[in-house]
Design a protein around this ligand. Structure first.
Ligand code: PRX
Length: 657
């Protein structure tokens, strides 16, 4: 793969493939200055948690606000876990109410910046008040405990207010990323049977306006369960208001009462649903609970990010993804942290927007994705160098394997060789971080997420379920943990089949992993038909279904190819109908078609027209071969191919691209 870059950090040669990880052997010991003040620096805690995980989690849960204590820490009948059963709580009391009386009432909870440069700061009191009022507004629209509420908003404070207002009244929120298409929104609303949708007139991204309400209207033409829509006024964007169904957020807030009593929820009651891609075309509604989930995000925020009262924490994710749920909305607020929240793109108007925000707000902890780090590398170190980054004390990475080159760049250019880096592995399904360094204890190796968090049991297994002591295999989680998904909304069988059948009673996350001689875990990427592009999960099937819906396409196969910035990009092999010519124009049309169907994030980088696709004799498309062709690798075993000539023809087409 060709690469170009301006700065070349010392160390390993430039190579973004996963294989690079296998040769990495640098070790970075915790910085003694950091260790001295770390929330967790005694490795005895790790040993204790390993011998008594339930005791560790119970201790963590004990730091939350409960209205009734649980009767049992864990009930486990694989694959069903109940954490803190019998306990009653409302998560907003931990995230908000407690801070009104513990000295944080006037502390900044959110320091928000819009892409055009507008700014708002909400104290814990102000956030609490808005959540209460909006909770009352939702109640006034007939929303109650157990009802589903879809949220389709830009990264504005009202997104967090909406999530917490749902939690306040026991409604289950389902946030849909604002970059998803109307069709994707429609499918998610219908799958969850949502009663109400919260959206905005629009949002900003790279100077463009995203017409959220317009898109929502397209979706709502086919969403029979939606009774009401709430519209947040973000700008002065044109929209249609449907009388009787649509309500302005600011009008509802003017009329709403200031206090809404928190509905007491069972620990195991659902808190939210979040859709993620699986290996079939239909997204999975992963659902999480109140007690266990909050315990997990609280504990990991405290110990992985080492959160303290004087920190300014910034997680750059969008609340449309799980990272925004766990490490913007719930974990940091449960810890009473001050956070930065930013609406827009990192390179708008210039590639130093993030560093400007860091320096202006004195950000101390910065959590982002490898794809962003690789983009920063490409833009050049002169952009961060223009700003004072001396307040930073901890850096985090999430969403995909971080290649050692990016890790070292992050360490040197952003962290100035002073800040520990926590490479955190987890998933929508796991709810919170499961594999990560503990910054005051763990020596790190660039590219390795290191070890399981206290109370978590992570191993590498082979196909048969034998533990791999050193070498490659599948990542597996052998014991239940508090934030684990409790199911796929409305699809019990898929939950069992996807995660719990590879090895009975053991959670299968779908990632390949390697364990080295020192017991460090290296995540190698997905082993199923899911592509992780720019830290977002896309199902190959979803994109294939979108492609074959296009009138000119007969068959499509989508695979991941290495990409300098995104980690992986999508390449689509497409067979066209009789007489249709595959040219540049059609290629562009197909890419746009996928963007319209799913969202721009699913747009293939490459479309390769091919008269046939390689298939086994039983008719299964041989993705492995397509991956190899697309990645320009040497051909694998082709003896099972029904028509071996297909390969050379496809390869030729690919090389012509
Ligand atoms: O493949 C792993 C990768 O992202 C997948 C989970 O994606 P999602 O549910 O969208 O959640 C992303 C944010 C938590 C995993 O199965 N992944 C996540 N973090 C890492 C990672 N791969 C390697 N290293 C990580 N730190």
């Amino acid at each position: 793969m060709a690469r170009s870059k301006k700065t070349k950090p010392k160390g390993k040669p430039a190579n973004l493939t996963i294989e690079t990880l296998l040769t990495e052997n640098r070790v970075f010991k915790p910085n003694p200055v950091f260790v001295k003040q770390a929330n967790l620096r005694d490795s005895a805690v790790l040993r204790k948690a390993a011998s008594d995980p339930e005791g560790f989690w119970a201790e963590m849960a004990g730091e939350l606000v409960w209205n009734k204590k649980w009767s049992q820490v864990l009930e486990w009948k694989a694959p069903d876990a109940k954490w803190f059963a019998g306990g009653k709580l409302n998560v907003t009391e931990t995230c908000l109410d407690q801070h009104l009386t513990n000295g944080r009432k006037n502390k900044a909870a959110l320091i928000w910046e819009g892409e055009p440069g507008d700014k708002r700061t909400l104290t814990y009191y102000a956030l609490w008040k808005q959540v209460n009022k909006f909770a009352n507004a939702l109640k006034g629209l007939g929303v109650g405990k157990g009802d589903r509420v879809a949220i389709y908003l830009p990264m504005i404070p009202e997104l967090i207010v909406s999530m917490l207002a749902c939690a306040r009244i026991g409604a289950i929120h389902s946030v849909v990323f604002g970059g998803f298409s109307p069709e994707s929104l429609r499918d998610r609303i219908n799958d969850a049977g949502a009663k109400l949708l919260i959206t905005a007139d629009g949002g900003y991204r790279r100077g463009q306006i995203i017409p959220l309400k317009h898109d929502a209207d397209v979706a709502l033409a086919d969403c029979p369960t939606i009774e009401s829509v709430v519209i947040v006024k973000r700008g002065d964007f044109l929209l249609r208001v449907k009388e009787g169904r649509d309500h302005w957020y600011h009008r509802l807030m003017q009329e709403a009462k200031s206090y809404c009593p928190p509905v007491q929820m069972g620990s195991e009651d659902p808190l939210f649903i979040l859709y993620t891609s699986g290996s079939t075309g239909k997204p999975k509604g992963i659902w999480h609970t109140c007690g266990g989930y909050l315990t997990g995000v609280y504990a990991t925020s405290k110990y992985v990010f080492d959160l303290k009262d004087n920190d300014v924490f910034w997680c750059t994710a969008d609340c449309g993804w799980v990272t925004g749920h766990s490490y913007i909305t719930y974990g940091p607020l449960a810890n009473g942290a001050t956070q930065v929240m930013y609406e827009g793109a990192p390179d708008w108007p210039d590639p130093d927007r993030f560093w400007q925000i860091v320096s202006e707000n004195g950000v101390t902890i910065f959590y982002t994705a490898p794809t962003a780090i690789r983009a920063f590398m490409r833009w050049g170190k002169e952009w961060p160098d223009k700003h004072d980054l001396s307040t930073l004390r901890l850096l985090g990475s999430v969403g995909e394997p971080i290649n050692p080159e990016a890790w070292i760049w992050y360490h040197e250019v952003i962290g100035k060789e002073r800040c520990p880096i926590v490479d955190t592995w987890w998933q929508t399904e796991t709810g919170h971080i499961l594999i990560t360094p503990i910054p005051g204890i763990t020596s790190t190796k660039p590219g390795s997420a290191t070890h399981a968090f206290p109370g978590i049991s992570a191993v590498v297994l082979d196909e048969k379920g034998n533990v791999v002591k050193e070498g490659g295999g599948y990542l597996a989680i052998t014991k239940p943990w508090p934030g684990m998904l409790r199911g796929i909304w409305g699809d019990r069988q898929r939950f069992v089949d996807t995660y719990w059948t590879k090895w009975p009673g053991i959670y299968f996350p779908g990632d390949g992993a390697k364990i080295d001689k020192d017991g460090y875990i290296w995540i190698l990427g997905r082993v199923d038909d899911v592509i992780n592009t720019a830290g977002h999960r896309i199902s190959t099937m979803e994109v294939e279904s979108a492609l074959v819906e296009h009138a000119s396409v007969v068959e499509a196969a989508v695979v991941g190819i290495p990409h300098e910035l995104k980690g992986e990009a999508l390449a689509a092999f497409v067979t066209l109908g009789k007489g249709i010519i595959g040219d540049q124009k059609l290629s562009g049309q197909l890419k746009d078609h996928v963007a319209r169907k799913i969202g721009a994030l699913a747009k293939p980088d490459k479309i390769i027209f091919s008269a046939d696709l390689p298939k086994t004799r039983s008719g299964k498309i041989m993705r492995r071969l397509l991956r190899d062709i697309a990645a320009g690798k040497v051909m694998g075993d082709t003896t099972t191919l029904a028509d071996p000539d297909v390969i050379s023809r496809i390869k030729k087409r690919y090389e012509e691209e």
